[in-house]
Design a protein around this ligand. Structure first.
Ligand SMILES: [Zn+2]
Length: 252
């Protein structure tokens, strides 16, 4: 690829061979990841290793430096199996940012301030140049709830929202009340599943709170109600979901 990065926020190029032609359009999703590795150097090496068959368009280091690995017009291999709002070839339809962080395996280290600021600036640049709507800036865990948990519940989506990035409402505080959890069944579960699916999660409406429903609720909490991530659809979770749905463009 060209020696100069496409985003003005990136300072260097570390090319990866792991990309292909986009197969569907438009490019209207932005997926955020953590690397989940012990160091930035190890992550860059893996993301450029043809044997690993993974990559991302950009990597944001802990000190805020941004490295481009794949040309924006190409299909990077960051999302894997997943789905959002009926789109299943997420790689074709998205840009991917890997954020250097030890992840769950590394004890969920905090994201340093300089790194968060850089992620915000890069997201702003990419969403503006590619016209990606705020509600389509997502976590890897949102598009693959049963497989992925990145960028994790310590990722500051609220900070991004205050900077105008992503879709967000203030989560409803946790209080006592009715809740639904694995094993429950009936009309309220159908309604819950329908709301989760309407927001974009890939979840069939079965009327049974199964493992897949628990995974979707967990992913939702990781992104939108991170103070308690337990896969239980409590009143705070459901109200926050309702408020997000009402705040989608064209609703409310
Ligand atoms: Zn990921």
């Amino acid at each position: 690829m060209k020696p100069n990065p496409e985003s003005p926020l990136a300072t260097s190029v570390h090319p990866s061979p792991n990309h292909g032609e986009r197969r569907s359009f438009p490019v209207d999703l932005l997926i955020l990841h953590y690397t989940g590795m012990e160091s930035a150097a190890a992550a860059l090496q893996r993301l450029a290793n043809p044997v690993a068959e993974v990559s991302a368009h950009y990597v944001v280091l802990e000190d805020g430096r941004v490295v481009q690995m794949v040309p924006e017009g190409r299909r990077a291999w960051h999302a894997g199996q997943g789905s959002w709002a009926g789109v299943s070839d997420i790689n074709s339809r998205s840009l991917g940012i890997e954020i250097v962080n030890g992840g769950h395996a590394g004890g969920l280290p905090a994201y340093p301030e300089a790194q968060v600021a850089a992620v915000i600036d890069l997201c702003r640049d990419l969403t503006e140049r590619w016209s990606i709507p705020a509600h389509r800036v997502l976590a890897h865990s949102d598009i693959a709830p049963e497989r992925k948990e990145d960028p994790g519940e310590h990722f500051p989506w609220d900070r991004l929202a205050r900077a105008g990035i992503g879709h967000w409402v203030a989560p409803t505080p946790i209080r006592d009340g009715r809740f639904f959890s694995e094993g429950d069944a009936g009309q309220p579960i159908e309604a819950l599943q329908a709301m989760i699916a309407l927001y974009g999660y890939d979840l069939p409406v079965t009327g049974t709170f199964d493992m897949r429903t628990k995974a979707a609720v967990t992913a939702f909490q990781r992104h939108f109600r991170p103070v308690r991530v337990d896969g239980v659809a409590d009143a705070s979770t459901i109200t926050t979901l309702r408020d997000l749905l009402a705040a989608l463009p064209g609703r409310g």
